[in-house]
Ligand binder design. Sequence first.
Ligand SMILES: NC(=O)c1ccc[n+]([C@@H]2O[C@H](COP(=O)([O-])OP(=O)(O)OC[C@H]3O[C@@H](n4cnc5c(N)ncnc54)[C@H](O)[C@@H]3O)[C@@H](O)[C@H]2O)c1
Length: 367
Amino acid sequence: VRRLRVELGDRSYPIFIGPGLLENAGKILISLGFATPPVVVTNPLVLRLHGRVLLASLEHAFGSIPVVQVRDGERFKNQTTLNRIYEGLFRARADRRSWIIAFGGGVVGDVAGFAAATFMRGIPYVSVPTTLLAQVDSSVGGKVGVNIARGKNLIGAFHQPRAVLSDTAALRTLPAREVASGIYEIVKCGAICSEPLLAYLERKLAAVLACEAPAIVHVILEAVRIKAEVVAHDEREASTRTILNYGHTIGHALEAATNYRRFRHGEAVAWGMIASALLGCFYCRLPAEEAQRLITLIYRIERLPLLRGVPKARVWRALQRDKKSRDGKIRMVLLRRLGQPEIVDNLDAAHLRRLIADFLGTADERR
Ligand SMILES: NC(=O)c1ccc[n+]([C@@H]2O[C@H](COP(=O)([O-])OP(=O)(O)OC[C@H]3O[C@@H](n4cnc5c(N)ncnc54)[C@H](O)[C@@H]3O)[C@@H](O)[C@H]2O)c1
């Protein structure tokens, strides 16, 4: 098991990564100073697959453990679910000294984390992420929240966990498409900050896709290290944290333009990174062979859902509404070199629109 710390002053916290953390969770949490039983928030699938191991360990350490279940799926990351969690917390007689364990993928993490941020004006929580995406991305950085009809993640807070326990053995039950979705976020970390991470993925892709230790532990650790460092410099995304959005501006637009149905988040980001690599050649002089290297790696991971039929006008409208755009100008993270991001916001809108329309029209054939 590897361990690292997210440095945020008095809100710093440890992240544990490796196989076998579920069965040792109780012991680890006791050693971190937790003394009372947590309320575990999870969903039925995760509970069925991995609940027994985690709960046995927690019960051994803390006694009987209340469990609050939420429904599985992005469409349940909403205020109704949030209310159910509050209700479950009251039923479990939780008060302001209670704490939560968020046990599941990014959906459970975001909504349970937001419940922790708001219940009695904020109680502690520990993240036990069980998807690769949650282990490399959503469990690190303290962004928590829910979706509303107007859009994704529009209601939320910054609330850092007290600890993160990422058991890589739990990933063995994850469908291949979910594994791939997480790997794209690891590729993103390499693209913005670490060419060696990309090289490692190129060498060990088969082992990483199979979630085999030590390869999977290594890439999660590196991705988390990168995210943790960026977040430590800029917790609230005033400046440098933006680079974590590489591939996401276009990725989000693709998701929105297809009503969040065609792509997993990571897959949309993968297309976004491919488009951004090409834009990087154009706007930031990213060498063509470096762009190609990144694109080749992305294509090796899985067959991405096609872009055919994605409405170009909707993609463009979504890009203009992006949270990062300022005064109507689209801001985007592009690459100068692999591992060297640049935030650009002086793009000529008409030109950019043409490039993106071109990309959407030709990308399926070029792969
Ligand atoms: N807070 C952040 O900084 C941040 C960052 C990135 C993404 N997110 C959010 O994360 C969410 C996506 O997370 P996700 O990709 O983990 O999706 P998810 O939570 O929906 O999980 C995907 C599916 O895998 C199942 N699952 C979980 N663990 C499993 C396991 N070990 N074996 C088999 N199945 C398992 C889940 O029940 C679900 O059906 C989105 O809501 C996104 O907005 C948040």
